[in-house]
Design a protein around this ligand. Structure first.
Ligand SMILES: Cc1cc2nc3c(=O)[nH]c(=O)nc-3n(C[C@H](O)[C@H](O)[C@H](O)COP(=O)(O)OP(=O)(O)OC[C@H]3O[C@@H](n4cnc5c(N)ncnc54)[C@H](O)[C@@H]3O)c2cc1C
Length: 390
């Protein structure tokens, strides 16, 4: 089975200008191939990986690529989300990992730019784009994952700001981050989603304790964060007090925008790797079904990106993107497991380790960023108008 990368529908850029950027970046990657080679190889430890990807990001920033698609007033070079999608896709297709902070940039920065005081964004977004800063997302708590509106971390007025006390969990890469976009309750216990505020918290503030949690892939990806009277000044409130739910919903929508397109590009790249690595062991009928799913997801992601570039904010419809993303990812790595079973279960080469790690991580795809059952509820209730469950 072969994949035609020039397929006019699946490979076409999601909007005007995309092909030009793709060609320019591809040329730059070729011209700098020797200097960039070190960034292709997977690192042995998380800290080595972070160091390598930070260096990579700095190079990409200095050459202007990371700044494409971001507003000039916040350190970017202008353009639209399509530029960001094409940028990530081109790096992935050329076999490079995306720098570490990219997922957090795409998930959190649009919401901060939209809701925070512009002076705060002017200060912090350029540092995030250049890789000087790394952010984490402090939303989930024990007992408050899907039911995020029930979160119990509290923020009470103190001095010129707030004192925050509580616990977060599953915070990806909190041990590496220097800032956290955090949700805390400023209303009463019963206030639900109406009493939540979004804050930008410095991770080195007094009262913050981070404990990494080892994941099935063997990496310390997520962490618990314990907060004991952590002081956050009022100018680090994102949006209005008690209006953090809008920030949270905006974040979840963005998580399925540029990120969705980039994830689709990465899945296509891994699909092509699988065709190469599996050879005759591949069940071609099953591979065809995965490709069809990938194709559908790419079309959906392309449409979402185009709508975002036209100024639309992803709403409940982004649940469709999330559902397609997780089901496609899991189908792809199920196929990989069936074709590469001995390598994934027992292999010890770098390639085997990568397949194993990607297979295990794909199990989380239907949980992070909102579990699949919740996406189905949103689609049923908010898009199809079906009655709410009990
Ligand atoms: C790899 C990974 C990275 C993550 N990174 C972050 C991060 O950086 N920051 C952060 O804040 N969080 C992060 N999370 C947490 C993630 O957002 C939560 O795990 C997710 O929202 C689910 O919440 P939960 O784990 O509490 O599960 P629960 O909400 O307890 O759900 C358990 C199961 O019950 C189902 N369920 C729950 N409610 C309903 C319902 N009403 N109807 C039908 N089924 C239901 C769910 O679908 C799920 O299958 C991450 C998670 C993973 C796996």
């Amino acid at each position: 089975m072969t994949v035609d990368a020039s397929d006019p529908t699946i490979a076409r850029s999601p909007g005007a200008g995309g092909d030009g950027l793709r060609a320019e970046l591809t040329e730059w990657l070729h011209a700098n191939a020797d200097a960039l080679e070190e960034f292709r190889a997977p690192a042995d430890t998380l800290s080595d990986e972070v160091a390598s990807l930070r260096k990579f990001q700095q190079l990409l920033y200095d050459a202007g690529w990371v700044r494409r698609g971001w507003p000039v007033e916040f350190g970017g070079l202008g353009g639209t989300v399509i530029d960001r999608g094409i940028f990530g896709e081109t790096l992935t297709a050329a076999g490079f990992p995306l720098p570490f902070s990219f997922s957090m940039i795409e998930v959190l920065a649009p919401a901060v730019m939209h809701f925070a005081d512009p002076r705060l964004s002017e200060e912090i977004i350029p540092r995030l784009l250049s890789g000087q800063d790394l952010w984490c997302q402090g939303f989930s708590e024990p007992e408050s994952g899907s039911d995020l509106a029930s979160l119990r971390t509290i923020a009470v007025p103190a001095g010129d700001g707030f004192a925050i006390t509580g616990q977060k969990i599953w915070t990806s890469f909190a041990q590496l981050a220097n800032r956290c976009v955090l949700l805390a309750r400023t209303g009463t216990r019963e206030s639900g989603h109406r009493g939540i505020t979004a804050f930008l918290m410095d991770m080195d503030a007094s009262g913050v304790e981070v404990r990494p949690v080892r994941s099935a892939t063997g990496e310390d990806e997520y962490c618990e964060i314990f907060l004991d009277g952590v002081r956050v000044p009022s100018d680090k409130v994102i949006g209005q007090v008690d209006a953090g739910w809008q920030v949270a919903m905006y974040v979840l929508g963005c998580e399925r925008g540029v990120m969705g397109w980039q994830r689709a590009a990465w899945l296509l790249y891994r699909f092509e790797n699988l065709l190469r690595d599996a050879g005759d062991a591949l069940d071609t009928a099953a591979a065809g079904r995965v490709y069809a799913s990938l194709y559908g997801f790419r079309l959906r992601a392309r449409d979402t990106l185009r709508r975002m570039a036209a100024g639309e904010v992803p709403g409940a419809g982004s649940s469709i993107d999330k559902l397609l993303m997780s089901s496609t990812e899991q189908a792809l790595f199920d196929l990989a497991l069936s074709a590469l079973r001995p390598q994934i279960l027992l292999g010890a080469t770098a390639q085997d380790n990568r397949w194993r790690s990607d297979y295990l991580y794909s199990r989380a795809a239907s949980i992070y960023g909102g579990a699949s059952e919740i996406q189905k509820n949103v689609i049923a209730e908010r898009l199809l108008g079906l009655p709410r469950g009990g």
